[in-house]
Each structure stands twice: as C-alpha cells, then as structure tokens.
Design a protein around this ligand. Structure first.
Ligand code: GAR
Length: 227
C-alpha cells in the first residue's frame, strides 16, 4: 500500500534545480510528498520562477530585511510552520542557520551539499576538489544539525574527478547525482524508513557504509564492471 503523502516545504536561494527535481518526482507520482511551499531568502532567485511555473506561489523572506539573524529566522519559522510540514528541505539554501531554528526542525530538516562530506564542507567545493587533486568527488544529503555540513549522512553519491575537468564540468557531473539522490532521500523519509540513532542514520533499521548510505553514481562506472 502506498504511504500517505507527507507535507514538504522547500527553501532555496538560487537556481532551484534540486527543488525542481523533487517537485517533478512528486508531480510524477514517484514521491509520496506534496510540496506545500517554496521559500527563498533572495528575491531574485531563478528558482522562484520555476516554483511559479510549477503552480506554487513562492514566498520571499529576504534576510536583509531583518535587523538580526534571530529576527530573520523567527520570520522563517513562522512562515514554514504555517504549512505544518513533516519535512523541510534545504535545496541550495545558502544561509547558515542558527541553533534555535535547527533544533526546532531536528530530525525533519535535510540539506544537500556538493561534496562527499565530511570532506569539503563549506563553499566552492568543486574548485577546492580540483585544486586538491583528489580523484573522487560527489554529493551528500544529510539531516541538518547546528554543526554546518556536519549532520548525520543519509545518502551520498560518488563521481570520479577526471583529467581535464573544469569546475563547471565537475559541477554538472555532481549536480546530476544530486538530482538523483535528493528525491531518493526524501522518499525514504516519506516512507518512514529513516531513523537517527546515536548520531547516525539508519535505513530500514540498518546502518550502511561508514559515511552514510553510499549510492553508486550512474555515470561513474567507466570500466563497465560491477563495483
Ligand atoms: C547545489 O549544488 C547544492 O548542492 C549546493 O548549491 C547548489 C544549489 O543548486 N548547496 C550548497 O552548497 C549548500 N552548502 P540548485 O539551486 O540548482 O539546487
């Protein structure tokens, strides 16, 4: 039997392609969620138009309109909670969130980050990966905790770093995986299959590899052999 849909609120700051991936799967019936609202902290985020095109009326809560982070986050919580969401999805939301807000949504707020956390937290991950010379990169979905990019990992996707990669090419390779694993993590949550135990995520009651539940990137297996 299909689980009843859960209510989701998505927070964005920019392009909104991860938001789009979730909306598309929800609309396509692959995700048991209803996207109740989209909120952006930047008034000119291109993702706002995407949300409108999907028939949603997005909200703008511009952090620059508030005298303090606490006041901004208070307004954010108020707006989010109007929708009584089961899950809050940060999809390229580029504000660091304070403890009161994060604790308010403990265990029901997810983020996607373009690196194989705990490697490369923070900004400009693709450039830093290229500069470092590592041969593997990827994306991580995690529950949000007060430690920035430090919450329990739900799922990761790995991609190779190839000779000649530019930042843009690498970013695109990672983004493709983001669009695959973020809806997947949301689906697991919606199906009630995720649990946080002793700071780690369990899927169906089990803990899988050391750093989250690693999903193979589709374009990754270049040798054609099973990995
Ligand atoms: C994505 O690559 C996401 O992983 C990253 O911002 C991009 C947003 O793209 N998030 C972070 O860096 C958070 N620290 P999108 O707006 O097209 O989804």
């Amino acid at each position: 039997m299909n689980p009843p849909p859960i209510r989701v609120v998505i927070l964005i700051s920019g392009r909104g392609s991860n938001m789009q991936a979730i909306i598309d799967q929800a609309r396509g019936g692959q995700l048991p969620v209803t996207v109740e609202a989209v909120i952006s902290n930047t008034p000119d985020a291109p993702g706002l138009e995407r949300a409108r095109e999907a028939g949603l009326r997005p909200h703008i809560i511009d952090d620059r309109d508030y005298p303090s982070r606490a006041a901004f986050e208070h307004a954010l919580i108020e707006q989010i909670d109007r929708y009584a969401p089961h899950l809050v999805v940060l999809a390229g939301f580029m504000r660091i969130l304070g403890k009161p807000l994060v604790n308010h949504y403990a265990g029901r707020m997810m983020n996607i980050h373009p690196s194989l956390l705990p490697a490369f937290p923070g900004l400009n991950t693709h450039a830093r990966v290229l500069a470092s010379g590592v041969k593997e990169h990827g994306a991580s979905v995690h529950f949000v905790t007060p430690e920035v990019d430090g919450g329990p990992l739900i799922v990761q996707a790995r991609v190779p770093v190839l000779d000649g990669d530019t930042e843009q090419v690498l970013a695109e390779r990672v983004l493709k995986e983001e669009h695959r694993i973020y809806p997947l993590a949301v689906r697991w949550f919606a199906e009630g299959r995720l649990q946080i135990k002793n700071g780690a995520v369990l899927l169906d009651g089990e803990r899988r590899p050391e750093q989250g539940l690693v999903e193979q990137g589709a374009g990754q297996n270049r040798t054609g052999t099973a990995q």
